[in-house]
Design a protein around this ligand. Structure first.
Ligand code: PLP
Length: 378
């Protein structure tokens, strides 16, 4: 073990998760793999390919640059840009042949000159804000006016879909049901206006798992694809398989006497004679500071408590309580070691966050190593 910290990504797990999610959908419902933020830290292009192998048919990202990156990596599937597009980003999205989301008739005026003369029409989705309160219009009449503007926008664009996004599908299904009730009349009126095929979509991972009535023609799944649990509990509850393991190694081991301290701020003062192991991973790698003195890591199939503050490049573990550890031993931060398993969700709860954020926090400094069930992928 020579790498200080590494994220091992099992692409076969992503493929199987996609197939498992696909199996929860009706035959007419497509699976859109959300690979924004570099595939939730797993690597956008490899994750996208694995999801497509598992039965996803379209991809989604948050930004125009992310769409362009997937194109550069050779992915030719439909890509939907979920985020807002500035005047500077819109031409990038168009150049990548991505589909975009709009909610005001004014967007169509900005789009028209960019797409005039394009060899293929740009797919446009109209977003109704049914309760999340971020992007989209809350006014169904304005959303319908936007639908009409797209339909009248000329040959450079086509109405590809209508959509909404849930605020509480991971939590309050009552409010999610309210959102669905607000969405459905807009869907019906859009279907009546549409001249071509219309893809209606609303569900994220949580709604995919918990609200079958929200599946419509497509679901947009992110976290579940990576084997994360949108409810921040145990992905195994939904038959999902975590795809990422975060590993480091023991770089130093030394005794500590009662009363001596470890780390910045002397946060940990040893209450007894013990042993401290130093691991070369810190918040600069994505091991967030909220985990200081607040979690365990797995070494040799056992759990060891993290002691003291998390620094940028190192953490310290008390190794004097269980079996002795040795320099060079592998450490599992997220993943399994023998009978022990630590999910990103468990760590996230301790840090007061969600697994999404822990995955996105894994920094560029951490190499990603791809495999398929422990073997090289084809
Ligand atoms: C990120 C995102 C998703 C995916 O959410 P998950 O909870 O990861 O499944 C779906 N739709 C939109 C609009 C998003 O921004």
């Amino acid at each position: 073990m020579s790498l200080r910290v590494i994220a091992e990504v099992n692409l076969a797990a992503i493929e199987r998760n996609a197939a498992r999610l696909r199996a929860r959908l009706g035959s007419h419902t497509q699976l859109c793999a959300v690979v924004k933020a570099d595939g939730y830290g797993h690597g956008a292009a490899p994750a996208a390919r694995a999801a497509l192998r598992g039965g996803a048919t379209t991809l989604a990202v948050a930004t125009a640059a992310e769409a362009a990156e997937l194109r550069r990596a050779g992915l030719d599937a439909t890509i939907l840009v979920l985020g807002a597009l500035s005047d500077e980003e819109l031409p990038l999205a168009v150049a990548a042949g991505a589909e975009i989301i709009v909610w005001e008739p004014g967007f169509i005026d900005a789009l028209r000159p960019l797409v005039a003369g394009a060899d293929r029409p740009i797919g446009v989705h109209v977003k109704l804000d049914t309760g999340l309160g971020r992007l989209g219009t809350r006014d169904p009449e304005r959303a319908l006016a936007t639908v009409r503007a797209v339909l009248a926008g000329g040959s450079g664009m086509k109405l590809a879909g209508v959509m909404t996004h849930f605020a509480t599908a991971d939590d309050d299904l009552g409010f999610a049901a309210d959102q669905l009730r607000r969405f459905k009349p807009f869907v019906a009126e859009s279907r009546a206006l549409a001249t071509g095929e219309l893809t209606v979509h609303a569900a994220n991972s949580a709604a995919l798992l918990r609200l079958p009535d929200s599946h419509f023609d497509m679901v947009r799944a992110g976290i579940a694809l990576y084997g994360g649990d949108p409810m921040n509990h145990d992905p195994a509850d939904h038959g999902l398989e975590p795809a990422l393991e975060l590993k480091s190694y023991v770089a130093a081991v030394k005794p500590i006497a009662a009363g001596q301290s470890v780390g910045y701020g002397r946060r940990f003062v040893a209450p007894r004679d013990s042993v401290i192991a130093t691991l070369p991973v810190g918040y600069g790698d994505g091991f967030v500071r909220g985990l200081g003195d607040n979690c365990e890591v797995l070494i040799g199939g056992r759990r060891y408590p993290v002691r003291g503050i998390v620094s940028m490049d190192n953490i310290t573990v008390e190794a004097g309580l269980a079996a002795p550890v040795e320099v060079g031993q592998q450490v599992t931060i997220i993943g399994s070691d023998g009978a022990q398993r630590q999910t990103a969700e468990e760590l996230a709860r301790r840090a007061g966050t969600i697994s999404y954020e822990l995955f996105c926090a894994i920094s560029r400094r951490v190499p990603r190593a791809y495999h398929c069930d422990g073997r090289p992928c084809e």
